[in-house]
Design a protein around this ligand. Structure first.
Ligand code: HEM
Length: 415
């Protein structure tokens, strides 16, 4: 008998992925211990890949490419058009090095310091408030910190307006209707704001320090030796600031973890090693990016499944972070699992996997860890608050996910 691939029969499952959210692929792959499963999405045949082997195939540049993979409704909101996420080959590697060049040890230490400083300033403001919704406030806190780190001037009166636009880009991309339109407008406003600043740096109206993201994006030259088009440079600078602000989601989830597992707080406060394990487990355990898309470059067969050239492929990010073949008791929150983690390239993939230079793996992974370590250290050592009754749960069907209440705090004090 010929090989029969595991697949959904019949109709398109685009509504199914909206309904099941983070668990759509997991349900199909893990129930049968599979690495590949065929479904139909957005009117075309799509292969779902999961687990370590599935992730490794997804990052095989001989077989996969990014051009033409990301749906337009995501590019027009979350990422911006023609940015690094959609590039392949030499131009991609050249652009990717630009991002990686920002992540020097000094720059990362600086990000830790800047984040801690903004926590201190934020808590001074929160002390005067009757109630603080951590997720909302963390957006503003990280907007200030990310702009300072990137060298982007941000007036105090601009903070909320700009951060709210970022929240619309980050959260609105998956929505339909008016929220999607708002998300597109927020991107247009943000691109215009940053493009004007790029031009100011180029013509000397705005001083920028070498090594900062604004300087490097403004001055970068492509493989032909030309500056980036100012709108393109703005899109790439937004690709640094926007995801730095999005780390607010992991901060809110980390706060939930410290409440749900109260023994964690003391361990995080008292050990730098444990602080790192905790940050890693927050990134593994809680939902953020659900799937990533690619397209096949050619026809090939893998694990008996025949891929056709140009076929849509999605890697299951959340499911791989919860795959019982990789993680012992994946549904248990256990930072200690990172004590002996071997740093695999395709097992912990909340920010993508594979190689930083050759693949699309997130170049902001170290920056994310610095922001999280600074935040969790501050929260565990210096933040005191009362927790009113609220819903700290989260839904795996709402993409991207956040704690339902946003994490409400009262009587915030510094300890
Ligand atoms: C790419 C997640 C923080 C900059 C990615 C990818 C994911 C991701 C899933 C795509 C990987 C792929 O396509 O294979 C996250 C999450 C973050 C985060 C969950 C934390 C909340 C950051 C930060 C920065 C950053 C702090 C910059 C400082 C980028 C860029 C790309 C990227 C420029 C595109 C890389 C490429 O296409 O090669 N990120 N990221 N991210 N991330 Fe992040």
């Amino acid at each position: 008998m010929s090989y029969q691939p595991a697949k959904d029969k019949g109709f398109d499952r685009s509504l199914g992925i909206l309904k099941d959210g983070y668990t759509f692929a997991q349900k199909r792959l893990q129930s049968q211990h599979l690495d590949v499963y065929e479904t139909k999405l957005l009117g075309e045949k799509a292969a779902l890949l999961g687990g370590e082997k599935g992730a490794e195939l997804f990052y095989d540049n001989d077989k996969m490419k990014r051009g033409g993979a990301m749906p337009a409704f995501i590019l027009k909101t979350l990422f911006g058009e023609n940015g690094v996420q959609t590039m392949d080959g030499n131009p991609f590697e050249h652009r990717k090095r630009l991002f990686l060049s920002l992540m020097t040890p000094e720059a990362l230490d600086n990000l830790f310091e800047i984040t801690t400083k903004h926590w201190n300033l934020a808590v001074d403001r929160w002390k005067k408030k009757r109630k603080v919704v951590l997720y909302d406030e963390a957006l503003y806190l990280l907007m200030r910190a990310a702009c300072e780190w990137a060298g982007v001037p941000l007036k105090e009166k601009e903070v909320e307006k700009r951060a709210n636009d970022f929240a619309l880009m980050i959260d609105g991309f998956g929505s339909l209707g008016p929220k999607h339109i708002q998300s597109r407008k927020a991107r247009q406003r943000s691109e215009q704001w940053i493009e004007d600043l790029i031009l100011d740096v180029r013509n000397g109206k705005l001083e920028a320090e070498q090594g900062t993201a604004i300087f490097e994006m403004a001055m970068h030259r492509d493989l032909e030796g030309n500056h980036l088009d100012p709108r393109m440079a703005a899109i790439e600078l937004l690709n640094v600031i926007r995801p730095s602000v999005a780390v607010s989601k992991f901060i809110a989830f980390g706060a939930v973890a410290m409440e749900e597992y109260p023994e964690e707080k003391g361990k995080v406060a008292n050990s730098e090693d444990y602080l790192y394990y905790f940050a890693q487990e927050v990134r593994r355990f809680y939902p953020f990016v659900p799937y990533l898309p690619a397209r096949t470059k050619k026809d090939f067969t893998w694990q008996g499944y025949s891929f056709t050239a140009g076929q849509l492929v999605l890697v299951d990010v959340y499911g791989t972070n919860h795959d019982p073949r990789i993680w012992e008791e994946p549904e248990t929150f256990n930072p200690d699992r990172f004590r002996n983690w071997n740093g695999g390239l395709f097992d912990l993939i909340p920010q993508g996997g594979g190689d930083y230079e050759k693949n699309h793996r997130c170049p902001g992974e170290w920056a994310t860890l610095e922001i999280l370590k600074a935040s969790f250290q501050y929260m565990s050592r210096h933040l005191s608050y009362k927790l009113p009754k609220q819903d700290l749960g989260y839904s795996l069907t709402k993409m991207p996910a956040i704690p339902n209440s946003g994490f409400i705090m009262k009587k915030v004090e510094k300890k």
